[in-house]
Design a binder for this molecule. Structure first.
Ligand code: UT7
Length: 336
């Protein structure tokens, strides 16, 4: 297929779901040696959501609820989706993959392609850019991209340097071909990873290399570990670089950008990145105060919220910009 007949790709619908249980900084004060002021000043977070462990709020449950909203917005039925890309690093099960579980929860009967993406916090942006390629080339018609996480099962709730940061939640988007003459389209994409930073953010125990055993459980070694300061530096640099790359590729200036939907890891990371780019913060969608870092779900949760409250409107240019463990990174520039 030549570049001449690549299809333009648009977002047809979005949705999100946040668990009911709210865990505030004050709640954390009762669990670990921390305080609301430290957490808010260093991260911008006041509360996060925690999924029920009784069921109904596992990553595929949240995805199902969010997808019904997106389908309604798109005016579509589940069987109109012919590919599910499910970004998560906290899947319901080791096997089967979340995308296949979600296919069944949605009652789909079309045996669509179902793939999980593990690119940590960048997973939704990876999924979006992959959906773009599949639809552009005609390999898929309508792709459901999910970012859904239950990180509450992955954090060490005794480690005050990391547990204060994370939360559970889900956001989704349905991508499909734009009609002739429509202004909506994905304008530019970039993805990358720098594996030399693997040790900055990892969960080494529980995989094939180091199957979990009693020693790990006794020593609390089975959880995620993060080197916060190192991550902070890489984050601001890669977020700024990815943003510049997609703007350059699309031939747009910073001023022509209406909204940035960044990964919500720390409000100071967002502020520093905006400063590096010479942008004012009023174009940035920030909701970390309420939800903390929900990994692959932060971008689609914030995006859907900003559409629903009327900030992001059709025809406006929007930048998704993310980074995460790996170290993975990526951005999408689109006209919504
Ligand atoms: O999704 C991608 C993954 N996440 C990230 O990229 C996160 C990136 N990093 C960060 O957001 C920040 O580095 C943190 C929020 C994790 C930490 O903030 P910081 O400003 O880098 O603090 P720090 O680690 O340098 O710690 C400063 C002090 C230390 O005490 P001393 O050594 O100065 O006496 C810590 O022990 O704050 C202490 N501290 C805490 N105090 C109260 C660390 N965590 C806490 C806490 N409550 N929860």
């Amino acid at each position: 297929m030549t570049a001449m007949n690549l299809r333009k790709v648009k977002i047809k619908g979005t949705g999100n779901y946040l668990p009911k249980k709210v865990l505030t900084n004050f709640d954390l004060e009762k669990m670990i040696d921390t305080n609301d002021q430290w957490i808010y000043e260093r991260t911008g977070i006041k509360a996060r959501r925690v999924s029920s462990t009784e069921g109904g709020e596992f990553p595929t449950d949240m995805a199902e609820k969010a997808t019904w909203k997106a389908l309604e917005m798109a005016g579509m039925e589940p069987n109109d989706i012919d590919m599910i890309l499910f970004a998560t690093c906290s899947p319901d099960y080791q096997l089967p993959n979340c995308a296949s579980v979600l296919q069944q929860k949605l009652g789909m009967t079309n045996n669509c392609t179902a793939l999980d993406i593990q690119a940590a916090c960048t997973g939704f942006v990876y999924g979006t850019n992959m959906a773009n390629s599949f639809i552009q080339t005609g390999m898929a018609k309508n792709v459901l991209v999910v970012g859904s996480e239950m990180l509450s099962t992955k954090v060490d709730w005794t480690d005050r340097t990391s547990c204060i940061l994370f939360g559970d939640g889900c956001g989704v988007a349905i991508y499909g071909a734009a009609d002739e003459g429509e202004s909506s389209e994905i304008l530019a994409t970039t993805l990358g990873a720098d594996g030399t930073g693997a040790e900055f953010f990892s969960q080494p125990v529980g995989g094939s290399a180091e199957p979990i055993n009693h020693h790990h459980l006794d020593e609390n070694l089975q959880f995620m570990r993060m080197k916060g300061r190192e991550m902070f530096k890489v984050a601001t640099r890669t977020l700024a670089e990815s943003a510049k790359k997609v703007l350059t590729d699309a031939g747009l200036t910073m001023d022509e950008l209406d909204w940035v939907v960044p990964h919500q890891a720390n409000v100071r990371i967002i502020e520093t990145t905006a400063k590096l780019l010479g942008m004012s913060l009023d174009k940035w969608i920030i909701n970390i105060e309420n939800y903390g870092n929900t990994s692959a779900a932060t971008v689609p949760i914030a995006f859907h919220e900003a559409i629903m409250d009327g900030r992001i409107k059709r025809g406006q240019t929007v930048l998704f910009d993310s980074f995460g463990a790996g170290l993975t990174y990526g951005a999408t520039l689109l006209r919504y």
